[in-house]
Design a protein around this ligand. Structure first.
Ligand SMILES: [Mg+2]
Length: 106
């Protein structure tokens, strides 16, 4: 059984998601299918946050676990999508941070 190590780095998360995808047979989706699943989870996260906050006409359900689960789902598909697109997230974040650091933020 594949386990996520304690205090994982981004590379550890990427490796973990790749390996559990192989183990559980989730690795047959192409990049478009993963993107659609990711967007579906973003929608579920939006609903969980809406429920937690009692926004609009719904009363707050205070189901923190549901919201935590949706954050995890979004994160997992985000990592999966990065993997299938061969993105090294740590490298990408560091490069983007270099760009952001030079920007003038008003
Ligand atoms: Mg979900």
């Amino acid at each position: 059984m594949i386990e996520l190590k304690e205090n994982p780095t981004l590379a550890d998360f990427q490796s973990y998601i790749k390996n559990i995808g192989i183990e559980r047979g989730w690795n047959k989706n192409n990049h478009l299918e993963i993107f659609l699943l990711f967007m579906e989870e973003v929608g579920e996260l939006a609903k969980a946050i809406r429920n937690e906050m009692g926004l609009y006409t719904e009363k707050a359900k205070h189901n923190r676990f549901e919201m935590e689960e949706e954050f995890a789902d979004v994160f997992n598909y985000f990592i999966d999508l990065a993997n299938i697109m061969n993105i090294d997230l740590e490298k990408a974040i560091r490069k983007k941070e270099e760009v952001n650091a030079k920007r003038v933020w008003i």
